[in-house]
Every structure is written in C-alpha cells, then in structure tokens.
Ligand binder design. Sequence first.
Ligand code: C2E
Ligand code: CA
Ligand code: CA
Ligand code: CA
Length: 279
Amino acid sequence: AKSDGRSCFRFFDEALQPSIEFKASLENDLRDAVFNRDILPYFQPQLNHLHEPIGAEILLRWQHPKHGMISPAEFIPLAEDSDIINRIGTEVLQHACRQLAVWQQDPATANLVLSVNISARQFMQKNFVDTVLSSIETHQCSGSRLRLEITESLMLKNINELAIKIDKLRSHGITLSLDDFGTGYSSLSILRSFPLDEIKIDKSFVDHMLKNANDAHIIRTVINMSSHMGMTVIAEGVETDAQEAFLAKHGCLNYQGYLFGKPMPMEEFNKYINQHMNA
Ligand code: C2E
Ligand code: CA
Ligand code: CA
Ligand code: CA
C-alpha cells in the first residue's frame, strides 16, 4: 500500500492489484465496520460566488483498525459488490438528516443543503424512497435541504422505476444532483429522461479546462445548457483562483474544492461555517 498524498492508503494500486484473498478479508472487515466509529462522515464545504457556504457534501472515511485510513474510492466499490452498500447508505442518510435537523435550529445554518452520494444499487433498492422519507420523518428535517447525488450509471437500470422514484423524491422537496457529469456515455440521455435540479461538473474537466480548449468548450456548454434547463451547476475539484475565475466568468457560480476546504470532520466543519458565516 502506498499513500496517495491525501492521508488515505491506496490498496488497489494500478501496478499492484490486491490479491483476491486480501479483497475478501477487507470486505469482511467492512461488514464489521461500525458507522461513526470506523466509518466516519466527513463534510466538504460548497460555496457560492460570494464565498458564502451554501452546504456540504458528505464523503466517507474508513478508519481501519489495522490498515489506517482507507479512501472511499477503495471501499465504496467493494461495498457496492454486495448489500453492504445499502446498510452504509442508510446510515449516511440517517446521519445527514440528523445533522440537517440540528442546522435548522439556527437561522445561520438553516439554509445549508447537505448532499449525499447514492450508489445505483442503493437507489434501485425496492424500498429506497421509503428509507429516505423515513429518515426525514424520524429527524424532522426539511426535505428541501437534502440533496441526493446520483450518477448516470442509473441509466442502465429500469427506467420506469427510476422515473417514479425521482418524481416521488422531488415531490417531497428533495433535490437531485447529477454527479461526475460528462465522464460516462449517457450523461445527456439521463438529462433527457429525468428532471434533475443540479449538474455537478466533474473534477477531470476542471483539472484540464485551462489547458485544454475542448474541455473549456464542454464546460461552457454544460453551464449554458444547465441554465436553459433550469438546473443549477456546481464545479467540483476547484483548486486554484484561476479555475474559479474561469468558471465564474462563464456563469458557474457554485464551487467545491480544496481551494475552499477539504472534506473535514463535523466539529471542524461547524467551526468552518461559523468563521465563514461571520465573514
Ligand atoms: P465523488 O462523489 O466524485 O466525490 C468527489 C471526490 O473528489 C472526493 O473524493 C473529494 O474528496 C475529492 N475532491 C473534492 N475536491 C477536491 C479537490 O479540490 N482536489 C482533489 N484532488 N480532490 C477533491 P473522496 O472523498 O476520496 O471520495 C471518492 C468517491 O467515493 C466519491 O467521489 C464518491 O463516488 C464515493 N463516495 C464517498 N462517500 C460516499 C457515500 O457515502 N456513498 C457512496 N455511494 N459513495 C461515496
Ligand atoms: Ca459526489
Ligand atoms: Ca463527483
Ligand atoms: Ca468525480
């Protein structure tokens, strides 16, 4: 295992694939991992063009008792191979709703929107919508502050069922964001087929847009299209002032990235919010 520079270890190195045995043992450990003890929700701030916090995305960290911090890029795909993803996903939703209820007590944080990543497998579970609605109900938070990040991989699933679920969620004020936009083959078909609220420009475009004219064209087109379709647009992976300036110039007014803040534990995020709200 070698460090990827984000204090997370990468087991699934391209050069060195993990053995099947190792993967299996990790999957076992994942089954035993307890949310809030081993699996920690981190919060990465999202800001508008005035640099006011508008919300956060929850990103999981696995504190493995033996191997240290494991990135979600490693363990989420493992969890998606089985029903473990549904259990983890439900806990993240519960956690999100509990946090939203706390924020809603304070006018300074009442409007923050919390984004939660939803795996295709989790979304297509029969009782997915009920799970979401019952977490909202249990914690008495407003559905309009909860955002679900989905990906175009959902296009490979049952389209009718997908449409019914999206309608039902949106009828409760829950918003949907299309994550990793532009990285697959069906980004446009999912937009044709379903009403969504937000498009999230993938970090890979943000990384290259200042050097690569095609990436810059794509970003400008996506921003344009979003506004015509009544969707907001947010860019992920914003790391430099120059990137922010380019995005702003072309009308992308919401940002997430290391330039503003890395994913951080809850207490740290609350401090971040306090500092930036009073700025
Ligand atoms: P994602 O949803 O595309 O999340 C964005 C990733 O980009 C996160 O990686 C985040 O830490 C990273 N990032 C954000 N801004 C910057 C930046 O400025 N520079 C750099 N270098 N990176 C940045 P992370 O936290 O490692 O998460 C990886 C993936 O794991 C996520 O990608 C998401 O697909 C998945 N994931 C994380 N938490 C969950 C979860 O609760 N449920 C599901 N289903 N998937 C999750
Ligand atoms: Ca995401
Ligand atoms: Ca993303
Ligand atoms: Ca991404």
